[in-house]
Design a protein around this ligand. Sequence first.
Ligand code: FE
Length: 211
Amino acid sequence: MTEPHDHSRDPQPDHPEPGPQARRGMAIQALLIEKGHLTADKVREAVERLDMQNTPARGQQVVARAWTDPDFKARLLENAKIAIADLDIDVEAPNLVAVENTDKIHNVVVCTLCSCYPTALLGLSPAWYKSLEYRSRAVSEPRNVLKEFGLKLDPDVQIRVYDSTANMRYLVVSQRPSGTGDLTEEELADLVTRDSMIGVARARSPEPTTV
Ligand code: FE
């Protein structure tokens, strides 16, 4: 029989050791709980609240509204942060810029430095968004990157890459798919995918493609 031993210190490949910042946060949390300023239940509630918000629903709502309400769209493109405040959405960053795709211009968002992302609108960012490969290649060869995402653009479509920062977040307003004239705003929101709001895809089509 093998000796029982403590596995709690064994390295887990998919659970890397917490970094200095995480360890500092855990220590502060433990101290606040010990001093009675915080409870473990309050921490759990806060995490649960964040998890519940982790969907692209608000971004979908914003883009669908822009598709159906020209006045809103004009205000969104003018000052997105103020426009979405009307929908009771608060972006954590000081500035939000909405960029519109057209027949001639396609917009893509990246954060070359780290992983800045409009989480209030899109939920948590996907792993690929934070990868070094996307962060570097989205700038150096965006057309190829988009092709790898399955988005082929005509050569005459200009690609504009926006680099997010802690102060500036971007939202791509994709083109409204054709054949959606009869859809309600709610139905349209379903067609707005997370990836289309980052700019690596188009909005979904309501009908299966017949190409
Ligand atoms: Fe960043």
